[in-house]
Design a protein around this ligand. Structure first.
Ligand SMILES: *Cc1c(COP(=O)(O)O)cnc(C)c1O
Length: 493
């Protein structure tokens, strides 16, 4: 299986090369040249998560020796998830929450960022690459920590994470600035997530700069969902969720379901789309946004317009105006029209918007939920079921309620539950009508009481871990910051 850029199909690379590069040289994103088909689902329903992952990831990354795929999966989905099945499906209020947050950093990003370092390292070894890799990442809060944790102390790899200074939750910030590992670097930028993501994309696209890095012995790669190595491992859990419903007798073989995904950079929902293209019986993909509803407007009107203020919400990992993976989705639904994609992406950069005339609403349903709706969903779910949702999951649940009301389509539904409520205590506490304590860790105790769960050690330890990363920079200074960090210019650890 080869991979090519959404903007130029001539330039084909293997999956190892695509994973090492992260993004294509022409600025496009790597996509598989064909989407493989799943075997008969009935025959898969007794597979463990790891077995299913070996099958699906092996289909896409077929230039890896199968031993490397197996070792990557065993390394990723064992101890790091407490040696349990890494995802859980729980039914509440008639819908099925696919809990994807039981990994080391308590957000769904762990599902891919625990395995990506293994895949990256195997690719570097197989390809005999001598330079050190620099993983450059812009984060809206969760990718940063998951990448730092996944890549810490991996030989031959450095990680640099840029996060928006005022755009992440307190818990997310603490998780990042206390990160250990000699090869980890964390920088707060004076800007929002889109500024950080644009800065990173500019660095990738700067030929001179990349030459200079190469002379110093470095090559760049990405741990954002623009890296195909992030995306494919996410396909697995949608199939796993479906098989779980089948196994428990909640659906019949080949019965269609709907899938709801709280969306930011469009990576997670794109993985669901790939699962559907592989033959998983998914009817509607429901794209849930928060107040930054660029995608909702796009699916409604066909106009993608980033020319608006980015709002800071209680679901910071979705505070995004430029959803990178939409490019891949449009590439596929346009019948792989590379020149149309190139035009639109250029328009988006130059004019801040583009129009997609030929759009079928059957492909995807987009809606958004505002802060009040998110709060009332959290409150109602807790009141009714004693189940605590984090704000991102609550966006998805609120949107699903609207979808049900509008369409009456009550097929069995899976909601991607993307973060643990422990990561976002303030909004959860306020939604339940309680007073937000001054001290973050007092808030954590309230969440633990509500969930009738123990506080995860990843959260409780933050109270006493030393701060190791204090660097900040202006959004125009990211290139310089990277060079300085690689020279060992960071004095704080
Ligand atoms: C990253 C993230 C999202 C958005 O996922 P995308 O793949 O960027 O669309 C939603 N919820 C949480 C908790 C996240 O960390």
């Amino acid at each position: 299986m080869k991979y090519y850029s959404t903007r130029n199909k001539e330039n084909k690379v293997s999956s190892m090369e695509a994973i090492i590069k992260g993004i294509a040289e022409d600025g496009g994103l790597f996509v598989p040249e064909s989407i493989p088909t799943l075997p008969e689902l009935e025959n898969l329903k007794n597979l463990s998560y790891k077995e299913l992952a070996k099958l699906i990831i092996g289909m896409y990354f077929d230039d890896y020796p199968q031993e490397d795929i197996n070792a990557s999966i065993n390394g990723a989905y064992g101890e790091k998830f407490g040696n349990m099945e890494p995802v859980k499906l729980v039914e509440k209020d008639g819908v099925h929450f696919l809990e994807l947050f039981h990994g080391p950093t308590l957000a769904f990003k762990d599902m891919a960022l625990t395995i990506l370092p293994y895949l990256m390292r195997a690719a570097l070894l197989n390809k005999g690459i001598k330079q050190e890799v620099v993983i450059l990442t812009a984060t809206s809060g969760d990718t940063g920590k998951a990448a730092l944790e996944g890549f810490k102390d991996v030989p031959g790899v450095n990680v640099v994470v840029f996060y928006p200074k005022d755009g992440v939750s307190e818990m997310q910030r603490l998780q990042m600035i206390t990160q250990i590992g000699k090869n980890t670097h964390v920088v707060a930028i004076e800007g929002n997530f889109d500024d950080a993501q644009k800065g990173v994309k500019d660095i990738f696209g700067d030929v001179e700069y990349n030459k200079e890095l190469k002379e110093r012995g470095y090559v760049l790669s990405s741990a954002n969902s623009i890296n195909i190595g992030r995306l494919i491992p996410q396909v697995v859990y949608y199939v796993y969720g479906y098989l779980n419903l089948l196994k428990e007798g909640k659906i019949k073989n080949n019965q269609e379901i709907n899938v709801v995904v709280p969306t930011g950079n469009f990576g997670n929902i794109l993985a669901a789309y790939y699962a559907k293209k592989m033959g998983l019986p998914v009817d509607r993909l429901i794209c849930a946004s928060n107040d930054n509803k660029v995608l909702t407007d796009f699916f409604e009107t066909g106009e993608y317009d980033k020319g608006r203020e980015l709002l800071l919400t209680s679901s910071p990992s979705m505070d995004i105006l430029v959803s990178s993976n939409l490019e891949r989705f449009l590439f596929h639904i346009s019948g792989e029209d590379q020149s149309a994609i190139k035009d639109m992406m250029e328009k988006l950069t130059k004019e801040g918007s583009f129009r997609w005339s030929d759009f079928s609403k059957e492909e995807i349903y987009g809606e958004f939920a505002d802060e009040r709706e998110v709060s009332s969903s959290i409150d109602q779910m807790y009141g009714g079921e004693g189940y605590v949702m984090d704000p991102h999951t609550a966006v998805a649940y609120s949107v699903y309620k609207k979808f049900l009301k509008e369409t009456g389509d009550d097929k069995p539904a899976i909601i991607a539950s993307t973060a643990s409520p422990f990561k976002f205590p303030d909004k959860v506490i306020a939604s339940m009508g309680e007073h937000i304590p001054e001290n973050l860790f007092k808030g954590i105790e309230i969440i633990a009481d509500a969930m009738k769960a123990e506080i995860p050690s990843q959260v409780s330890e933050l109270e006493r871990l030393p701060v190791l990363h204090r660097q900040t920079c202006k959004k125009e200074e990211m290139k310089g910051a990277v060079l300085q960090l690689l020279q060992g210019g960071e004095t704080n650890d």
